[in-house]
Design a protein. Structure first.
Length: 453
C-alpha cells in the first residue's frame, strides 16, 4: 500500500497526497457518525424528560457534564496513547466503545443509567480528535494543513446536519411504531429506538481505519522543539503566554458552541412551536452551510500563510468573530423563525471550526511526540468549561435565574454573546505571540534540515 506523504515541501508532497486524502475521508466518515451519536440526544430532550421524569437541569447534565467531563479527562491519557502507539489502533478501539455506549443509552431506564451510558460515549470519543489531528499533521505539508484539517472538521458540521436531519426523520418514524419489543430490553419507547439505531453503524465503520497506512512520524532532530520531546508541559511552559490566551479563547468559544448545540433544538420547539420533524431538516441545512464555509476558510488561511502571514490562523479567526457578531447579538431576539435560522447558520462559522485553528497552530509549533497530548490538554480545558459548563449553565440560568422554561433563549443569548466577546479579546491579544513563535520554529526547522542535508 502507498505510503502517506511526509515531506515538508509542497512540491515533494503534492503528487503523493492521494493516500493522505483517503485517510482524511475515512476519518471524516468516522467523525461524522461520532457526532450523530453525540448529538441525537439533544433532539430527544422532551421525550427523554417525559419518559424518565427529568427536570431541565437533570437533562442539562445528560447533555453536557456526563459526556464532557469524561471526554475531557480521558482525552489526556488517550492523547498520550496516540503519541506512543499506532493511532489507527487507538481510533479503532475507541470507536467500538462509543458505539456500544450509544446503543446502551437506548437501553437506559433511569436517569442514572443514561448518565453512565453517556459517560462511556465520552470515553470513546475522547480518543478521536487527538489521534486524527496527529495523523493529518504528519500526512500533509504545512501550506496545505489547514485545508486538510478544515475538510476533516467539516464532519462536525456534517454530523450536526445528519443528527438534526436524519434524527428528526428517525424520531418521526420511531414515533409511528409506538412501543416496540427489543430483544433483552423488552418494550422500548421511540426515543430509545432512535438511540439504538444510530449507534449500530459504528461497529462497521471502525474497521475503515485499516484501509490506510499509518503515516510516519516526523520531527527534525536537534531543534529547540526536539528539546520538548516527550514532555508536553515543557512545550507549553515555553509558550505559556500564547497557550494561556488560546486556552481562554477556545474555552469561551466552546462555551458558546456547545450551549447552542445542546439547547437550540429545544429553543426552537419552545419558542416557535416547531416539532423535531420540522426543525430537524431546517437545522440540517443550516449546519451544511456552516460546513461548506470550512474548506473555503481553510483554503484562504493556507493561501495567506504561503504569502508570509505567520499569525494568520488566529488573525483570520478574529476576523470571523467580528464578521458574525451582528448575527450573534440578534439571534435569540428575532421573532421570525427563518431569520433565526439564518443567524444560526452564520454563527456556525465560528463555533465548531475553532479546533481547526487550534490544531493547525499546534501542528506548526509542537513536536510530534507531544502533539496529540497538547491537543488533548486543550480539549480537556475547553470541554470542561464549554461542553461541561455551557449546557449546564444554560439550564441553570433558565431554571434558577429566569424561572421560566420559555426563556431559554435569554439564557442562550447571555452565554453566547458573552463568550464571543471574551474569545475575540483573547484572539487579538494572542497575535502578539503567535507570529514570532511560528517564525522562530520555521527558522530552526530549516536550519536543522540544512545541517542534516
Amino acid at each position: 500500500m502507498a505510503t502517506l506523504a511526509t515531506h515538508s515541501t509542497p512540491t515533494a508532497a503534492g503528487p503523493r497526497l492521494g493516500p493522505a486524502w483517503w485517510m482524511v475521508a475515512v476519518l471524516f466518515t468516522i467523525y461524522l457518525f461520532s457526532w450523530i451519536d453525540r448529538l441525537v440526544v439533544s433532539m430527544l430532550v422532551e421525550p427523554v424528560k417525559h419518559g424518565l421524569h427529568l427536570s431541565d437541569f437533570q437533562m442539562s447534565l445528560i447533555l453536557g457534564p456526563s459526556f464532557a467531563f469524561v471526554y475531557a479527562i480521558f482525552g489526556i491519557p488517550l492523547g498520550w496513547a496516540a503519541d506512543h502507539y499506532q493511532r489507527r489502533i487507538v481510533i479503532f478501539f475507541a470507536a467500538l466503545v462509543w458505539t456500544a455506549a450509544t446503543i446502551a443509552c437506548g437501553f437506559s431506564r433511569s436517569f442514572e443509567a443514561l448518565l453512565v451510558a453517556r459517560m462511556f460515549v465520552g470515553v470513546g470519543e475522547a480518543a478521536l480528535l487527538p489521534a486524527a489531528y496527529s495523523l493529518i499533521a504528519d500526512a500533509f505539508p504545512r501550506d496545505k494543513l489547514t485545508t486538510a484539517t478544515s475538510t476533516f472538521q467539516m464532519a462536525g458540521k456534517g454530523g450536526s446536519a445528519a443528527a438534526f436531519g436524519l434524527g428528526g426523520i428517525a424520531i418521526a418514524w420511531a414515533t409511528t411504531l409506538g412501543r416496540v419489543n427489543v430483544p433483552i430490553h423488552g418494550p422500548a419507547e421511540p426515543w430509545q429506538l432512535v438511540m439504538m439505531l444510530v449507534g449500530l453503524p459504528g461497529f462497521l465503520l471502525a474497521f475503515l481505519v485499516f484501509t490506510f497506512p499509518e503515516p510516519p512520524r516526523r520531527e527534525p532532530a536537534g531543534s529547540q522543539a526536539a528539546a520538548d520531546h516527550g514532555n508536553v508541559l515543557h512545550f507549553m511552559r515555553r509558550h505559556w503566554q500564547l497557550v494561556g490566551l488560546m486556552m481562554l479563547l477556545f474555552s469561551a468559544m466552546a462555551l458558546a458552541g456547545y450551549s447552542m448545540t445542546a439547547w437550540v433544538p429545544t429553543y426552537i420547539g419552545r419558542h416557535f412551536g416547531w416539532s423535531p420533524a420540522v426543525y430537524g431538516p431546517a437545522l440540517s441545512v443550516m449546519n451544511l452551510i456552516g460546513a461548506a464555509s470550512l474548506v473555503l476558510n481553510g483554503w484562504i488561511v493556507d493561501r495567506l500563510y504561503r504569502r508570509g502571514m505567520k499569525d494568520v490562523h488566529l488573525r483570520f479567526y478574529s476576523w470571523l468573530i467580528l464578521g458574525v457578531s451582528p448575527a450573534l447579538v440578534a439571534m435569540f431576539f428575532v421573532s421570525n423563525p427563518s431569520l433565526f435560522l439564518v443567524c444560526y447558520a452564520v454563527a456556525q462559522f465560528i463555533t465548531v471550526p475553532f479546533i481547526v485553528y487550534l490544531s493547525s497552530v499546534l501542528a506548526l509549533l509542537a513536536p510530534n511526540s507531544v502533539r496529540a497530548q497538547a491537543i488533548a490538554i486543550f480539549m480537556f480545558v475547553f470541554n470542561i468549561i464549554g461542553n461541561g459548563g455551557g449546557p449546564a449553565l444554560v439550564g441553570f440560568l433558565t431554571d434558577f435565574v429566569f424561572h421560566d422554561e420559555a426563556k431559554v433563549g435569554y439564557s442562550l443569548a447571555a452565554v453566547v454573546i458573552g463568550s464571543a466577546a471574551v474569545a475575540l479579546a483573547c484572539c487579538r491579544a494572542a497575535l502578539r505571540y503567535l507570529g514570532p513563535a511560528v517564525s522562530a520554529r520555521e527558522v530552526e526547522t530549516t536550519a536543522v534540515e540544512t545541517t542534516e542535508g
